[in-house]
Design a protein around this ligand. Structure first.
Ligand code: C5P
Length: 404
């Protein structure tokens, strides 16, 4: 049950604003006090009168309107909110949020508020994919702005692709999660992320294409839900999510040592890292010179097996919930079912790395969640932050079932 909260809905000027009355109605139906603020452009797409009638609260549009500002000024609007939902978050509104502009009521409130912000982006697919929008998105995410959608499908502009605003029930669920942050409080979540690098010599190594994005998204979401989070990070260029303790490692052996060191206090372990299965038997301590090393055109490197960290911790996990990942290029579900049995973890997240639109290095992922009984839950293509949220929902469900 979600406690009634004060929710401010900031409406941007996009066609998706026509869905805002449905969103507002659902939020009011949950017992929340809902206020709406609109950009000038938003008033072209949704009637302020409709929103005022549904919420029973005065709708505000202007920053410099003497009578509106006299009723409740923009700082009080920002302060008196437990959650701000930006729907639709247009490309322009996201850009203004990212760069701290405060040139109308909506952007001023977004800059002034200390409440969590949940944005529901909606725009044309090319505007969404534009590097400027993607960079703004990154900035906002780094700052802890929550996101739901956009979804993929037919867009109002006639194009197909990512850009459709999340459906109102999805926004309501994301708002529930944001308001109930703390669902993991008291838990200590240990996440591994990124690829390992196995040195050949001081300048060369064997690594893989893992960007670390999925593991970092999991760490950020777990922290947002109130968990104490330790992130053991392999090779990645990502910034550390807020409120997360990060331990950097290079090789699989270093990752194993860090995981074993942090294991004691952990109640949930998520092994999203792409660990190298083999390492060179010996790493040279000086750079290998090709003239002295390779007499023919062939050079051999002797590799030895790395320990399987996941398998090892599953043998000593006790009450801990352990989650493994499986990157498969074919035969995904049967291979993942065999893997969960072999490794002995409580949940396996399987992704199909043959897809070009998901998995390695991309911002999107589509996964299957597999439990030891062989049951499969599909999570369709969406942003890694949202995939992370669904994985953590599943972990919380496992914990709830155990406690029951
Ligand atoms: O067997 P495979 O490498 O496909 O298993 C992937 C899962 O096992 C991931 O969760 C990964 O972090 C973990 N793993 C590990 N140690 C290894 C290899 C994989 O912990 N040496």
């Amino acid at each position: 049950m979600i406690e009634p909260a004060r929710i401010l809905v900031a409406v941007g000027g996009g066609i998706a604003a026509y869905k805002v009355p449905e969103l507002v109605r659902a939020l009011v139906g949950q017992g929340h006090t809902v206020r709406c603020v609109l950009t000038d452009a938003a008033t072209q797409f949704v009637s302020p009168l409709v929103l005022q009638t549904l919420t029973g609260e005065a709708v505000r549009r202007g920053l410099l309107d003497v009578s509106e500002e006299g009723e409740i000024d923009h700082i009080r609007l920002a302060d008196q909110s437990d959650l701000v939902i930006v729907a639709p978050a247009t490309a322009d509104l996201m850009a203004r949020m990212a760069h701290g502009l405060a040139n109308d009521l909506v952007s001023a409130v977004l800059l002034a508020t200390r409440a969590p912000i949940l944005m529901a982006p909606a725009m044309n697919v090319n505007m969404w994919n534009h590097p400027a929008t993607q960079r703004n998105l990154e900035l906002l995410r780094e700052r802890g702005v929550l996101q739901v959608g956009p979804e993929s499908g037919e867009l109002a502009c006639g194009w197909e692709g990512l850009g459709r605003m999340a459906a109102p029930p999805s926004i309501v669920s994301a708002a529930d999660r944001a308001l109930s942050s703390g669902s993991l409080s008291g838990q200590c979540v240990l996440v591994t992320a990124g690829g390992t690098t196995e040195p050949i010599d001081p300048v060369r190594g064997i690594t893989n294409r893992s960007s670390g994005k999925m593991g970092f998204a999991l760490a950020a979401e777990a922290a947002r839900r109130g968990a104490e989070v330790v992130l053991v990070a392999g090779s990645t260029s990502l910034p550390t999510p807020e409120a997360v303790r990060r331990v950097d490692v290079g090789t699989a052996l270093e990752m194993r040592a860090a995981v074993l060191q942090e294991l004691e206090g952990a109640t949930v372990i998520i092994k999203a890292a792409a660990v190298a299965d083999f390492r060179p038997r010996e790493a040279a301590d000086r750079k290998l010179k090709k003239e002295t090393l390779v007499e023919s055109d062939v050079m051999s490197l002797e590799l030895v097996r790395n320990p399987d960290i996941l398998e090892e911790i599953c043998q000593i996990k006790g009450e801990r919930i352990v989650v493994g990942f499986a990157a498969e290029s074919h035969d995904v579900i049967p291979a993942a079912r065999r893997k969960i049995e072999r490794k002995g973890c409580d949940l396996l997240v399987a992704n199909d790395v043959s897809r070009s639109d998901a998995g390695f290095s991309t911002d999107l992922n589509a996964v299957h969640l597999i439990t030891p009984d062989g049951a499969v839950e599909d999570v369709s293509l969406r942003h890694k932050a949202e995939v992370a949220s669904q994985i953590l929902d599943r972990i919380e469900k496992i914990r709830g079932e155990r406690e029951a």
